[in-house]
Write a protein that binds this ligand. Structure first.
Ligand code: URA
Length: 237
């Protein structure tokens, strides 16, 4: 594979950034500074060093999962099945982890990756990455709820959430809504509704940042993100 692709896959930056690293003579291939970013290397055979450290080829992998109910968002668990248990064997080599957590009974979009930098950015409380959910609510959701969400909800007198956008899809004894939140606190959506005297009975994540759940992906299934989807996730601003 091309040297710039290898380094870029391994998280040393975009192809353009990798070119700069090469220009600065921070990279050696089999003991010499490569003349071009486009030379071909075999990562299993050739010795590639960045700042004197061997590059062990383990590309970054990004999966989208449609998480089913009943499994937990963790890498391992003594009792329950985890989302990692559901991933195809072919990915077992990559040390994947879920980006954040969905409750055991929550379904929908979950990203799995071995890119610690990206998951850190997506989860950073400072970045306010939007997350959109569809939910069924036991109780009549009203415009007052919409306004209250818009102001931020005081949860259990513990904290007030950031303003959230609530959209009523159907109002009745069993309401249907979409909500976008900008934090990822424990049981956040459920607790916001409890604070309004209502109960979430079904919760599904539809989007994270600009990335939407592929609705053709069956619950329990996962697939690699396309390049366009990865761009959407990375260029969140
Ligand atoms: N909010 C919740 O209450 N649960 C989730 O799984 C995600 C957001």
């Amino acid at each position: 594979m091309r040297l710039d692709k290898l380094l870029s896959d391994m998280g040393y930056g975009s192809r353009r950034e990798v070119k700069i690293v090469l220009k600065r003579q921070q990279v050696k291939v089999n003991g010499v500074f490569p003349k071009s970013a486009s030379i071909h290397v075999d990562p299993e055979v050739d010795e590639v060093l960045v700042n004197g450290e061997r590059v062990v080829y383990k590309p970054l992998v990004y999966l989208m999962m449609n998480k089913p109910a009943g499994v937990i968002s963790a890498t391992e668990d003594k009792r329950d099945q985890t989302v990692i248990d559901l991933v195809d064997e072919a990915f077992s080599y990559y040390d994947l982890h879920p980006v954040g957590r969905l409750d055991k009974d929550t379904v929908g979009l979950l990203i799995l990756t071995n890119d610690g930098k990206l998951s850190h950015e997506l989860l950073s409380p400072k970045k306010h990455v939007p997350k959109t959910y569809y939910a069924k609510i036991d109780g009549i959701v009203t415009e007052e709820d919409v306004n209250a969400f818009d102001e931020g909800i005081n949860v259990n007198d513990e904290y007030t959430t950031l303003p959230a956008q609530l959209k009523i899809l159907k109002s009745g004894e069993l309401s249907e809504i979409e909500v976008t939140i900008y934090e990822g606190k424990y049981h956040q959506v459920k607790r916001m509704f409890i604070a309004r005297g209502k109960e979430v009975v079904y919760l599904k994540r539809l989007a994270m940042g600009q990335l939407q759940l592929d609705e053709t992906l069956e619950e329990g299934m996962s697939r690699e993100l396309t390049e366009e989807e990865l761009d959407l996730l990375q260029n969140r601003e």
